[in-house]
Design a protein around this ligand. Structure first.
Ligand SMILES: C=C1C[C@]23C[C@@]1(O)CC[C@H]2[C@@]12CCC[C@@](C)(C(=O)O1)[C@H]2[C@@H]3C(=O)O
Ligand SMILES: O=C(O)CCC(=O)C(=O)O
Ligand SMILES: [Fe+2]
Length: 369
């Protein structure tokens, strides 16, 4: 059956509390938002202060870009890129569209609420259902045309916002394709190895979701959680975090490392599906967003994946007698359903054989508990 990405949660509906708080009216942290180490799957005491380990920054015009990308993917599963060709004006436009959306009255935003079995719309992050405490954030997911939802939000000028989203998605898709070939090229994979990328390798049928995240200033940031630790269920994610810090990645042996906002830079996460494609060579990065006392923070994630129903499995060039396939084939839709059911155990539920050194499997984040 030909499924669309928007069908992914039809069999995994999640009923999140629909009554959203008006964050601006909360002057102290309600107990329902106060996290202790027991509430998170990955404790905060792992935070590293002033670690000299920092997320790689790659200039996409560097002559050594292939090698740098391979090293960053293998050792971190995340990197920042500069010289990526996305105009600052477009980044500014998407940021102000996001700010305009989240500053609407709660009742207005709820008119575009995500339905329990839907993918698009306003609401808490889907993973909220796995936690007893609430996250100090709100989100808006766009898959396909946002016009119906935007008409609800801005009856007069929804068109202007639709155009910004369309332009942003077009540019992000091109950049995602470029990054895919860099990451694949660093593994020795070429166009003939990925048939679904199309004859020119343009990833025409690829699917994607655009996620706007808003983290209001928080009266007690040390006890709150913006977005709990997770890996992305994507091939790769392109994140724009503007100029406010909040994104942290978990580094083995070091702890939580802040990804510092750099003017105009974009953060690239290796996602779970790329981890599968690479037969475990590139880890999908575990990351979270923390909040702060004074500044509102907005981030925009472009979640890039394959066509919704094609099967993703370890690439045959990366499999051999001494490298058996570590994962069974799975489509993006099925994987999203698996994530909705098993959250941080989704990847291991798709795994075929236990890792040799199972205690230090980079992607078995459950072992960090
Ligand atoms: C395609 C998707 C990945 C995502 C779930 C979604 O359907 C759209 C939103 C994505 C997001 C963004 C915030 C963190 C996350 C874990 C979540 O709850 O929603 C991711 C999901 C994911 O990568 O699994
Ligand atoms: O806000 C951030 O920095 C992280 C957002 C994120 O992880 C996501 O949207 O998947
Ligand atoms: Fe994420």
């Amino acid at each position: 059956m030909h499924l669309k990405l928007s069908d992914a949660f039809k069999s995994h509906p999640v009923n999140l509390q629909l009554k959203h708080p008006d964050f601006n009216s909360l002057h102290e942290l309600p107990d329902s938002y106060a996290w202790t180490n027991n509430d998170d799957h990955y404790p905060s005491f792992l935070t590293s202060f002033g670690a000299d380990d920092s997320v790689p920054v790659i200039n996409l015009s560097d002559t050594n870009v292939l090698k740098l990308t391979g090293h960053a993917c293998k050792t971190w599963g995340v990197f920042q890129v500069t010289n990526h060709g996305i105009q600052q004006k477009l980044l500014d436009d998407i940021e102000s569209a996001g700010k305009s959306l989240f500053s609407l009255p709660v009742q207005q935003k709820l008119k575009a609420a995500r339905s329990p079995d839907g993918i698009s719309g306003y609401g808490f992050a889907r993973i909220s259902s796995f936690f007893k405490k609430l996250m100090w954030s709100e989100g808006f997911t766009i898959v396909g045309s946002p016009v119906d939802h935007f008409r609800q939000l801005w009856p007069q000028d929804y068109d202007k916002f639709c155009n910004i989203i369309e332009e942003y998605e077009k540019e992000m898709k091109m950049l995602a394709g470029r990054l895919m070939w860099l990451m694949l090229g660093s593994l020795g994979i070429s166009m003939e190895d990925i048939k679904w990328a199309g004859s020119k390798g343009e990833f025409k049928g690829a699917s994607a979701a655009l996620q706007l995240n808003s983290y209001p200033a928080c009266p007690e940031p040390d006890r709150a959680m913006g977005l709990a630790a997770h890996t992305d269920s994507t091939l790769l994610t392109i994140l724009y975090q503007s100029n406010t810090s909040g994104l942290q990645v978990l580094r083995e042996g070091t702890g939580w490392v802040t990804v510092p906002p750099m003017p105009g830079a974009l953060v690239i996460n290796v996602g779970d599906l790329f981890h599968i494609l690479s037969n475990g060579l590139y880890p999908s990065v575990l990351h979270r967003a923390v909040v702060n006392r004074t500044q509102h923070r907005l981030s925009v994630a472009y979640l890039f994946g394959p066509p919704a129903s094609i099967q993703i499995s370890p690439l045959s060039k990366l499999v051999g007698p001494s490298h058996p396939p570590l994962y069974r084939p799975i489509s993006w839709n099925e994987y999203l359903g698996t994530k909705a059911k098993h959250f941080n155990k989704a990847l291991s539920s798709v795994r075929l054989c236990a890792p040799l050194n199972s205690l230090v499997d980079v992607n078995d984040h459950n072992s960090v508990k």
